[in-house]
Design a protein. Sequence first.
Length: 861
Amino acid sequence: MRNIGSINRVFWLLIGCSFALALATSAAAVWITSKPFLVETQRQAVLSQAQRVAARVDAILDPSESLTGFLSSEPTLVSYIVGYVMSDDGFVDRIENTTLPDDISEFLIFDFSGTPLSFHVVGQHSQSLDTMQAARSLSLEVLTTNEMMTRVVQSHVGKIPDEQTILIAAPILHRGFAEGVLVTVVDVPLNNTPKADGMVTLGKRIVQSPDVAHLNTGDDNAILVPIGSTGLSLLFTSESNLFKAIGQEMVTKAILAVSAALLLPFGVFGWLGKQTILRPHAEVQRSRNKLREQQKELSELAAIARKAEEAILITDLDTHIVWHNPAFERISGYTASQIKGQTPSTLLQGANTDPKARAKIRAALISHTPVTVELINYRNVTEEYWVRLSISTLFDDLGKPYGYMAISSDISDRKRDEANLLATTSAMEWQALHDELTGLPNRRCFNVTFEEHCRAEEQTSALAIIRIDLDHFKNVNDTMGHEAGDLVLCEVARILRDVTAGKNVPVRIGGDEFIVLLVDDGSLQVAQDLAETILHKVSQPIEYEGKIIRVGASFGIASSECMLVERRELVRAADAALYLAKERGRNQVVAYGTDEHRKVIGVRDTAEQIRCGIERGEFEPFYQPQVDAQSREIVGVEVLARWVHPDRGVLLPSSFLRVADQLSMLGTLDKMIMEKALQDVSTLEERGVHLPKISFNVTASRLSDPDLLVAIDKREFRKTAVSFEILESVFLDDQPEFLDFTLDLLREKGLSIEIDDFGSGHASMISLMRVRPDVLKIDQRLVMGAPDSRVCQNMVRSIIGIAESLEIKVTAEGVETRQHADMMQRMGCTILQGFHFSEALPFDDLHSFLTTHQGGLRNTG
Ligand code: C2E
Ligand code: CA
Ligand code: CA
């Protein structure tokens, strides 16, 4: 098959060739038709020219003939020829007196025997031999004929002469007899000079008329014209090149004209040919190529479809299967004959095929939009398998739908894996959100659920939180073992599950703490009733290994119905209520009401004021003196924090310490107090008062604060001893490593350690030995109770015993009366502290106390 390019080339070649052919044939036609006319025209032209020349020659010869005739009868000549006179002088004179034509060159005279007698030269040149001979033979002829004759001297036969010599001979008559002959020689100019371009158009020659036949001019076109009555003719021979030249010129012009004339029709023909032949042809070629490509593509696609792993179906618009690939047979389990003409839905779908997926497919088929679904198919009616199915509509070239194509793959394995993964994931998720022991939702689950309900846009029903804390649950664990504890927790969980219904959520948030989130109806009354029910049920005895376990519970309730706090604050509000329930003696339900809210707000206000107080430096160290039990000398002071409030006066630690601790501001506060106290001691020194010892109350966390030691190290005094009072309760728990380390460090720096409120807690001897304190401070409740309580006395005694065995000092706190002082002194306390001697004093008062005290100030050495 030729390509478009070569067809184009051939087309334009044909157009070119036909143009050339048309041109050539037109030129030939012009040539053939015009040639005879040309020849004729030329002949006519030559003829008329020849006649003109002949007339001119005649015009030359005619006077010469007349003159020759006249002169031949001249008497002087006759006299001379007859012999009357001996000389021709008379004749010569006659000639000289006659006006001769220019062309006459000579006169020759012959006697009756043809012998030349004389001649007369007119021009300069003498006659040639040829002329002489011709003149003699002519004179002989004239002598015989007595006629006047004219002869041409053919001295240049075959050549084209420029000039020809004509002889006119007339008989010299005397009494009717020819006595001699007069020959006149005439030179006739023929102007046969060749043209400058070397092309001679015509050759003119004068010939003797009867001689013409003998002249071989070699030219058929030669023209002979008689010259007057001279008996001579003028021969015109044509130059054949002329015809050629004329012909060529004509043909060239004809070709030019014809080609100009043909250009337009051929141009139009070419353009039309291009439009009507080439272009449609190109279109056809293009569509043929496209068709071939499509066929190739189709056959490739068919091959791919046949080899595909996926099942491929083609159906008509009524979903009857018209084509399927081998994979479809393999996956569906049907044979080709079973498949043909069936619809996929009857063939493949069954009871467990998701109706939603079916509906989705139907909708897509109707709207001719592509769809992908995952659904259950049936292999041989019985065996279920999962497929991922994509269906798209097939459209013809005009965009009209004519069928559907469905591609599906067996995804049963993936579905199985997904199901397994889902099971595992949901198990893990469940674990992450539930308490392992009781199976109740855990804190994380609660947080998520609670947050959802807080965020919910529609908050029509009230939301309530019931905080539950088991009372003395630790005792159960401690006395009856963890299994019993677990049993109690599971029992409480069961109760909570029993009493909560609907969307309400029971939660174990940790240890012995539970929450019930009331979602359905969280009004305060409902929450309170539910809490009372739970309290009642929880209080019921539980049997464990033949023993009875009894636990109580404290409840804090907060409901959004009260509109006291934001929903998100409900948990904190319930916490505050729970705190109050515990404070009020446990085993009861407290709802977060207006009073409780006021308290919380009060605490919040306090917190704010503390923050401002710290900023303004309103916290001051007060000093409570300590005296030697024996000598009653002042042996030191304990630093006690006071808040010198601008409005409320001097406030005790009970009104701010707990809140400051909750706000984590205790460290800052302690630091501030310590810095001021150290400054005060320096001031005392400057005033010459040397304090033996100063004690600071510190929390365990403050002990580990590196700033503490830095501040102490920077102190300007060295004579006053520094001591830290740590609550006994610090040692109750497992002692953190860092505490040992810090205490060692303090001791290295020469600081002493006192255990505060000793006797209130349960510090073991072992832990005491590890701490190796310098002083034990007996809890003031024991001191104050001692006069009236034997138990207190015994306790004090035993504490003193411990101190003695550890070889350390004992301070009695809360010495309010002389009785207390004496008693403690007697019992063996080393140092006494209490209102009996002095309450905590501001710095200025301390100064005067130190200087005025009766017992004096112990020497710092
Ligand atoms: P504490 O360390 O046991 O201090 C002794 C408390 O008993 C002081 O109460 C003191 O004023 C009071 N007191 C002293 N003698 C008597 C007495 O004869 N009778 C009675 N009824 N009370 C007496 P205060 O100053 O209210 O301090 C209470 C607690 O606050 C202190 O108990 C101490 O644990 C803590 N505290 C005081 N100041 C600071 C401080 O700057 N930092 C730290 N972390 N805690 C401090
Ligand atoms: Ca203390
Ligand atoms: Ca104390």
